[in-house]
Structure formats: structure tokens, C-alpha cells
Design a protein around this ligand. Structure first.
Ligand code: NOJ
Length: 523
């Protein structure tokens, strides 16, 4: 019997549904494709999957523009496929978390269409955020209600022909809901129950800090950037919503949970969401933002643990996601030495899995996939690329479909001769899951070994960690029987006493090489 709720120390694998596995040959991944690859995920040793949105959507933002919260987009399958996936995943001992997108809908959502068809001031508009424009100070010409920027570039407001403006913190195709309208709250409570009744184990909450905006809608005042504690995010009212959601989750058996995508200015603000009657988890993004530096990692870990300790919450670590540059590539900065990104990513996994709390992995990191930086402009689909006229590359480079097998595109992602929705580089042939499964020195084998060992050890690992003295450029810590040593420097160092259990690069005599990590046990 495990002693703690499953999610507190789970390894969760993010499935970017559109890019995981395509069963029907339309060039996009789907639910049946995930079902067909559950063996890969079981062998990898993950506890749960987080599925990115698969709901009916025009895909203006890869599905984070939801047109119907209670269905499956035909390109990804059917509700029947979903039920079959839940059931098969559970049979494989894998739990399922789905994404919920409460900050905004698609502009094709029934409610937004009704809002557009209704005149200014009509009740159908109160489910979204409509405001009159504001005359410009000098010109007198009407402009947006305030100066808030969209996270994807350009203003956060779009004007309708009837003169009203609507708010969208993201793309214009993603109008923000008005969470002060009780109908919006009730709708989402019902949506939660819809998926809980179908057997999901939890939710990943998109833009969880965004739901309420400061009612004064005051300008950011020249700070034309995202202000995390400003009028657009983390208003106090949001916590009431999550207290209610927690009650709903607790009504169901089986330890159902929720993890919030919350960006704040520091871990203390993050911890507010983790009070015992609110969310179970929030992502700790600071590790993902940290450079390859023992000091930077240690500072993030110390601050994160300090913030959650008083409320008894567990931290949740992440190195890559569908929104960030893959960490193999990130760790090649600032100087690229061949192979260094991979070596560091192997080492980082040992740090991640040795920390208290849970770890979220992103699909493809088990294959050591790098960011695809040379996608042609015409293939790119991210609204960030489109709205900045190509000034920012956007996130397509980490969303390229997974290479499963074979030696040419589509690498088993789609049936032969089908072109995947993003082109796959020919240089990925040695990185397929098939090629790596047969190679004892591959990244895939490394991930399986590390996850397997953690699974065997984890019931003996205490909730906290003890820092050990260590040379500059390294960090050493212990959790009960497990000691983790990470060397971010270039020169070999003497690891702490103990018998090596697993090392990311073979020891150099009895020294830990640079850009490497080791797990050790016992003195
Ligand atoms: C965060 C999601 O992870 C990202 O992909 C999306 O673009 C924004 N939220 C808006 O929904």
C-alpha cells in the first residue's frame, strides 16, 4: 500500500495530442493513436498522462481555443474513443489528466456567437468581457478600453463593428470569459463533472491565474508587458473558484486532482493556490526558466520548498512543455559543444526525479528530441509566429510529431506516405523509439532505467531533502537512502560517499565528470 496520494510524487507525461500518434492518417495525432502506444508509456514507467485539449476547436491556438467543452474534435476521435482510452490507460496502470481551459473559449463557441449576435449591453454579452472604447488622449480617435497587451503580441482587445471591444489575453479567436457572471461558474462546474463522470483522474487548468481581471480595468501604464501580479492575473476572487472545484473533486472517489498553470512573480504567490482546500498542484516553472547552473537550480529548489512547506503541499517540477524550447536545446546555451545538451538533459533527469514532489515530463524528452529550429515559415502554425509577423519563432519547434519507427518521414507517426501536420526532420532517423529501444546506451533506455529505479525507491523517500556540502558548480542532496549529485561544471569532482546506483555518464575513476549526475546510496 502506498502511503501518500498518488499525485504527490507521480511522474506525469504530457501528451501533446496532435503530435503523439496518428491512427487514421490525417497527419494529426488522435486518441486511438495514444491508445495504440500505451505500451510505450507503461514500459517508460510513467504514472499518469496529461492530454492537451482534444475538444472541438478551430485550432487557432492548437486547441486552447475550445468550441465545445463536452465533446471530442472529429480529427482527434470520438467520445467513444475517449472512454476506451480511459479504460485502457487504467488497465495499463496509467492515470489520465485532461486539460481544462476556463479563461477563454474559442470565438466559435456557441456563447460567443450568441454574444456577437446580440446588441451591446445584452445579457448574452455578459458571459464575456465587452467594454466601450476609449478616446485617444491626443487624437481623440477611439482606441481600446485600456493598454493591456495580448500574450501573443498586439493589443488584448478587438473592436466589433457595433463599436464595443472584447477582451482576449491571447489570440482574438480566444475571447476571455467574464467569471463574474454566475452562469460561467456553473458551466465549468458542470464541465468538470462531465469528465469526472467519464473517469478522468484530474485536470490541468490552463491560464489558471487569469479568470478574474481587476474591475477598474486600469492601464498598465507604459509597462507594456505581462505583469503577473497586475490587473490581469491572480486576483483574489480566483481562489473561491478553486475552493469550489476542490469540493467537486473531493466528491468523487479515487483521489481526483487538479494542477494549475499559474505564473506568478515568486513561489510565495504560487503557494496561495496550494492551500489545503484549493488546488493539489501548480507547476514550478522556475526550474524550466533556470540556466544550466548549480547555483540557479539550488536557489529555485530552496525557494520552492520553503514556499510549500508551511502548507504541507508538494512541489511539481517541469523542464519542458509544449510551450517552451526543448531542454536538450536549451542546455546547449550559451556555447554549443556537440552532445552537451543531451548529456546535461540526462543529468537533469536525475536531479528532477530525486526531488520531493512530482515531475511532469514532455513527450519526446525520453527520446532526447531537440527543438526543431529550422521549420519553414509556411509550415509554422503558432499564433505567436503569425501575430508577430515572424519576429518570434513561437512554439512549433517543440511540437513536431514524435518519431516512432522507420528511417524517413512520417517515422511511424502517421501511416506511410502521409505528411504530418508539421514536417519531421530526416536527421531524426536515429532518434525513433524503435531505434532507441534496442540500444542500451540510448536516451530512451536511460529514461526507463531512471524511472524504474525511482519507482522502486520512492516509498522509502522522505518528503524533504537535506543539502550536503559540495564544491562550486555542483549540488549534492540526500533524501533518506538516496543521494543525488549533480555536477554542472566542466571538471570532474569527488561525489559524496556512497555506492553509485545510476550515473548519467560513466564515472571517471571514482570522480563524477562535468555535466553529469549520479544517484548513490548508503555511505
Ligand atoms: C497555456 C497553454 O499551455 C498554451 O499552449 C496556450 O497557448 C495558452 N495557455 C493559452 O490558452
Amino acid at each position: 500500500m502506498r502511503r501518500i496520494p498518488w499525485w504527490r510524487d507521480a511522474v506525469v507525461y504530457e501528451v501533446y495530442v496532435r503530435s503523439f500518434a496518428d491512427s487514421d492518417g490525417n497527419g494529426e495525432g488522435d486518441l486511438q493513436g495514444i491508445r495504440s502506444r500505451l505500451g510505450h508509456l507503461r514500459d517508460l514507467g510513467v504514472d499518469a498522462l496529461w492530454l492537451t485539449p482534444f475538444y472541438p476547436s478551430p485550432l487557432a491556438d492548437g486547441g486552447y481555443d475550445v468550441a465545445d467543452y463536452r465533446d471530442v474534435d472529429p480529427r482527434f476521435g470520438t467520445l467513444h474513443d475517449f472512454d476506451a482510452l480511459v479504460s485502457d490507460a487504467h488497465d495499463h496502470g496509467i492515470r489520465l489528466i485532461v486539460d481544462i481551459v476556463p479563461n477563454h473559449s474559442s470565438d466559435r463557441h456557441r456563447w460567443f456567437r450568441e454574444a456577437l449576435a446580440a446588441p451591446p449591453g445584452a445579457p448574452a454579452r455578459s458571459r464575456y468581457v465587452f467594454r466601450p472604447g476609449k478616446p485617444g488622449e491626443r487624437s481623440g480617435e477611439e482606441g481600446p478600453p485600456n493598454d493591456w497587451p495580448s500574450a501573443f503580441g498586439g493589443p488584448a482587445w478587438t473592436r466589433l463593428d457595433d463599436g464595443e471591444w472584447y477582451l482576449h489575453l491571447y489570440a482574438p479567436e480566444q475571447p476571455d470569459f467574464n467569471w463574474r457572471d454566475p452562469e460561467v461558474r456553473h458551466e465549468f462546474e458542470d464541465v468538470l463533472r462531465f469528465w469526472l463522470d467519464r473517469g478522468v483522474d484530474g485536470f490541468r487548468i490552463d491560464v489558471a491565474a487569469g479568470l478574474f481581471k481587476d474591475e477598474s480595468f486600469h492601464d498598465l501604464g507604459g509597462q507594456n508587458r505581462r505583469v503577473l501580479n497586475g490587473p490581469m492575473y491572480s486576483r483574489p476572487e480566483v481562489h473561491e473558484v478553486y475552493r469550489k472545484w476542490r469540493q467537486i473533486l473531493d466528491e468523487y472517489d479515487g483521489e481526483r486532482m487538479a494542477i494549475g498553470e499559474v505564473w506568478t512573480d515568486g513561489p510565495e504567490d504560487l503557494a496561495l493556490y496550494l492551500r489545503p482546500d484549493e488546488l493539489h498542484q501548480v507547476f514550478q516553472f522556475d526550474l524550466q526558466l533556470a540556466p544550466w547552473s548549480a547555483t540557479a537550480f539550488r536557489d529555485v529548489i530552496v525557494a520552492a520548498l520553503k514556499a510549500v512547506a508551511p502548507i504541507g503541499a508538494a512541489p511539481t517540477w517541469v523542464l519542458s512543455s509544449h510551450d517552451s524550447i526543448r531542454h536538450v536545446t536549451r542546455y546547449e546555451q550559451p556555447v554549443s559543444v556537440p552532445g552537451i545538451g543531451l548529456a546535461r538533459a540526462r543529468a537533469a533527469l536525475l536531479m528532477l526525479l530525486a526531488l520531493p514532489g512530482s515531475a511532469y515530463l514532455y513527450q519526446g524528452e525520453e527520446l532526447g528530441l531537440p527543438e526543431v529550429t529550422d521549420l519553414p515559415g509556411e509550415a509554422r502554425q503558432d499564433p505567436i509566429w503569425k501575430r508577430t509577423n515572424g519576429e518570434l519563432a513561437g512554439r512549433d519547434g517543440c511540437r513536431v510529431p514524435l518519431p516512432w519507427s522507420g528511417s524517413a518521414e512520417p517515422f511511424g507517426f502517421s501511416p506511410d506516405r502521409v505528411r504530418p501536420w508539421l514536417p519531421m526532420p530526416e536527421r531524426w532517423a536515429p532518434l525513433t523509439a524503435e531505434a532507441q529501444a534496442a540500444d542500451p546506451s540510448s536516451m530512451l533506455t536511460w529514461y526507463r532505467d531512471a524511472l524504474g529505479l525511482r519507482r522502486r525507491l520512492r516509498d522509502d523517500l522522505p518528503d524533504d531533502l537535506e543539502w550536503l556540502d559540495s564544491p562550486d558548480t555542483t549540488l549534492f542532496f540526500s533524501r533518506g537512502p538516496l543521494t543525488c549529485a549533480l555536477n554542472c561544471g566542466e571538471n570532474p569532482v569527488r561525489p559524496p560517499a556512497g555506492t553509485p546506483l545510476l550515473t548519467s555518464t560513466p564515472l571517471y575513476g571514482d570522480l563524477l565528470p562535468g555535466n553529469a549526475a549520479a544517484w548513490l546510496t548508503g555511505p
